[in-house]
Ligand binder design. Structure first.
Ligand code: NAD
Length: 730
């Protein structure tokens, strides 16, 4: 079986067609690279071949490099193995770029064009960038770009060097540093590709170009004498400004915690000062350095390999396909309206119910406004809008639920209201229908008591806003059966989100970890720690929001509500009175967070966050002696991470992969670390125990080292080492 096919037509145009057997998307492996190399050699050596089209037999060109192959290069050969592997790729792509031309005169090469039918990501764009022209089909669904930075690496097969030389460092920045993806028309407008044609004309146009290309068409600007980099190099006045600015901008965004962003900038800066082939070597060195950094392996493992494994059903019970055809969403408020939208968008029929018709209609209107936004950004067509809205029936009538195979309840967070709704729904639906609650705080096992079929009762916990947040927490109650779990997982797959499956316990997984983070921040305010130190310490360790900004965003009254309910449930064991003193005082003054334009931060009349509220100082005077940055960071991280370890010890989490992926996607836990378990592994269990013991002595029992961690330290183990090849706990 081969990844590429080769064909030469009667006019002497060779087509190298990428078509991975048995897969819906092309991805590049080292073996695939070898094959491509052989076919390029063949075309260049054949005097009857005038030029080459590189295209795909699938609806897309390629999804990127198989990151498992990169992980393997590192495992097998360490730094040298990676460097040699990458230099091998450079040689192949450089061969395409020079296409057999005489190295001195640059004459005698053959035109090579990339014809992209659809999506072209990562190596799927780096190969075209080495070709002489990139032509894409006008396929608005296609995504073109270099998303490597999103998983902690950067384009390392020449993409960094070529794009910078093609468009200049400034213009290349959003594609390289932010992983910006574009549809073909925007990619053309941005200078990423050269031409967009009707899908049916793609190959004919590619062939026409090959047959009419001139000698200058097939020499890259950087291979000509007198080439000047667009926008200038670092020691030219215009370039100087760009590079100084870029460095500051990257630091402002990443706070220096992402090694890939720094390495990318270095590769661009140093590469700009030397000839092209030396720049490729520099790119390869920085790429190797990033891959050798534990942060990049942890990010690849969590954000690519394990995320994908979970999406493909790594923890799905072995029952037959449970794809959802018709879903009933009860409660058309903020969450219900969002759930209805993502389901309808995935082609599922939706019955959206609320207590009053106007509330149900408002819920449906949410979809309309999201679709209109998509239309204004050219992401959605009028037909798609009509199709999605046509899937949603907004009503108050429970009999409309007939035929639903899944219900997602998102009514008020109230046991009694939810129990009434459960009974009403069960009277209207068939006996096989699965019932899911979107509750954030009520135990699924308790809610299931209102159900006549508790084995068909489950939690499907979405995060807000539903259309943007990709994590979905699926909660197994005590009686929940395998079919319900499979149904929930199949639904999450249909709506293209990432699931984790957890067991029932207070706050499930994500909220259980994030609440102690917020609380630790507030506790420090009460202790007199400088609030700016608290917020910046969090950001400098990679948290997207400091704890005080986070509680402002989620709302302080919600915090008060959760604190009251938790205290009522825990009684004397409740540990957070010190936090409540601050939280309740803020709420009493009407400072409810962003929604009231007043919280730990001050806001202007338009709701724009201005800075920390200066009244905080008066209420909680800043202590003369401030803790050092690292100790504040340890408190903020350990508050979350220890909760994740306890969730594992308690059996709420059964798979550390879910713990890591869920933490990053659910609440933005320092993505550079790969998640709480990856962070602990990076730190080493012994060091983690030392930190916890120190924090316990200084700040109290909430930092007590979990027995599991202590045991791992004694045995010299790591989480990913201990929990085996499949990373399964049980
Ligand atoms: P919301 O107040 O915006 O919406 C609730 C909707 O339910 C309202 O439209 C209300 O009219 C409707 N409703 C109430 N009783 C009803 C009944 N008996 N029959 C039909 N409809 C009824 O609340 P929300 O923020 O969308 O939260 C809904 C659920 O989702 C809650 O359980 C909440 O804990 C959970 N949740 C919320 C968030 C969040 O960030 N807001 C996140 C995850 C989960």
């Amino acid at each position: 079986m081969t990844d590429f096919s080769y064909m030469v037509d009667g006019d002497g145009v060779a087509t190298i067609c990428w078509d991975l057997p048995g897969k819906s998307m092309n991805v590049m492996s080292m073996a695939g690279f070898g094959e491509l190399d052989g076919l390029v050699d063949r075309a260049l050596a054949d005097a009857g071949v005038k030029g080459v089209i590189i295209t795909s037999g699938k609806k897309d060109f390629a999804g990127g490099m198989d990151l498992n192959a990169i992980a393997k290069m590192k495992e097998d050969g360490g730094a040298q193995g990676i460097f040699d592997g990458v230099m091998g790729m450079h040689a192949i792509l450089r061969k395409i770029e020079r296409s057999g031309a005489d190295p001195k005169t640059m004459k005698g090469g053959k035109p090579i064009v990339a014809a992209l039918p659809g999506t072209a990501l990562g190596i799927g764009l780096e190969i075209p960038l080495a070709c002489h022209r990139i032509i894409a089909a006008d396929n608005p669904k296609a995504k073109i770009g270099l998303p490597e930075i999103m998983v902690g690496i950067f384009p390392g097969a020449g993409g960094t060097t070529r794009l910078t030389r093609k468009m200049g460092a400034m213009m290349a920045a959003p594609y390289l540093l932010e992983g910006k993806l574009s549809d073909p028309k925007s990619a053309k407008a941005g200078g990423l590709i050269d031409e967009v044609v009707a899908p049916e004309d793609l190959l004919a146009r590619a062939k026409e170009w090959v047959l009419t290309a001139t000698e200058t068409d097939i020499v890259k600007p950087w291979d000509t004498k007198g080439y000047k980099m667009p926008g200038g190099t670092p020691y030219q006045p215009a370039g100087f400004m760009t590079f100084v600015g870029a460095s500051a901008m990257v630091h402002a965004k990443t706070f220096g915690v992402y090694p890939a962003a720094k390495a990318l900038l270095s590769a661009v800066y140093e590469g700009a000062l030397v000839p092209f082939d030396v720049a490729l070597k520099i790119e390869a060195r920085w790429f190797t350095s990033v891959l050798m950094n534990p942060s990049s392996s942890a990010m690849i493992r969590s954000l690519f390999i394990n995320k994908e494994a979970l999406e493909k059903g790594a923890n799905r019970p072995k029952v037959n396909d449970q794809s959802v055809k018709r879903v009933g969403v009860i409660g058309a408020g903020m969450m219900g309206a969002g759930i209805a939208y993502v389901a309808a968008n995935a082609g599922i029929e939706v019955v959206l119910i609320d207590a009053a018709q106007d509330a149900a209609d408002r819920g449906k209107a949410h979809s309309e406004s999201l679709l209109d936004k998509g239309i204004s950004r050219r992401k959605v067509t009028q037909e798609k809008k009509a199709e999605v809205l046509g899937q949603i029936t907004a009503t108050t009538d429970y009999t409309a639920l007939e035929g639903c195979d899944l219900i997602v309840e998102a009514v008020f967070e109230d046991m009694k209201v939810k129990a009434d709704v459960t009974a009403k729904v069960e009277a209207a639906v068939g006996k096989d229908c699965i019932f899911a609650s979107n509750t954030s705080t009520l135990p699924i096992t308790d809610l299931a008591k209102a159900s006549a079929r508790p084995d068909q009762f489950i939690g499907i916990h979405f995060f807000s806003p539903v259309d943007k947040m990709n994590l979905v927490e699926i909660i197994r109650g005590k009686a929940t059966g395998d079919v319900a779990v499979a149904k929930a997982l199949d639904f999450v797959r249909q709506i293209r989100k990432t699931p984790i499956v957890v067991h029932d316990a207070r706050f499930f997984y994500a909220n259980r970890c994030i609440i102690p983070y917020i609380n630790e921040g507030i506790r420090m305010v009460a202790e007199g720690v400088e609030p700016v130190l608290i917020e910046n310490a969090a950001k400098l360790v990679g948290m997207p929001l400091g704890p005080l900004q986070l509680v402002d965003e989620t709302s302080i009254d919600l915090g008060v509500k959760i604190a009251r309910a938790t205290k009522a449930a825990m009684g004397a064991a409740y540990p957070d009175d010190a936090v409540d003193t601050v939280l309740f005082a803020m709420a009493d003054q009407g400072r409810l967070g962003k929604k009231s334009n007043a919280g730990f931060y001050a806001y202007d009349a338009a709701g724009k966050r201005e800075g920390l509220w200066d009244g905080l100082d008066a209420a909680y005077p800043v202590a003369d002696t401030q803790p050092n940055l690292t100790s504040v960071q340890h408190r903020l991280l350990m508050a979350q991470v220890l909760e994740a370890v306890r969730a594992l010890e308690d059996g709420v989490l059964t798979d550390i992969r879910e713990g890591d992926v869920g933490a990053i996607l659910g609440w933005g836990f320092a993505p550079w670390s790969g998640g709480p378990f990856s962070w602990l592994d990076m730190l080493g269990a012994a060091k983690a125990v030392e930190i916890c013991d120190g924090l316990t002595a200084a700040h109290g029992a909430r930092f007590t080292t979990p027995a599991l961690l202590r045991d791992m330290a004694a045995k010299g183990e790591s989480f990913y080492g201990r929990f085996g090849a499949q990373n399964k706990v049980a």
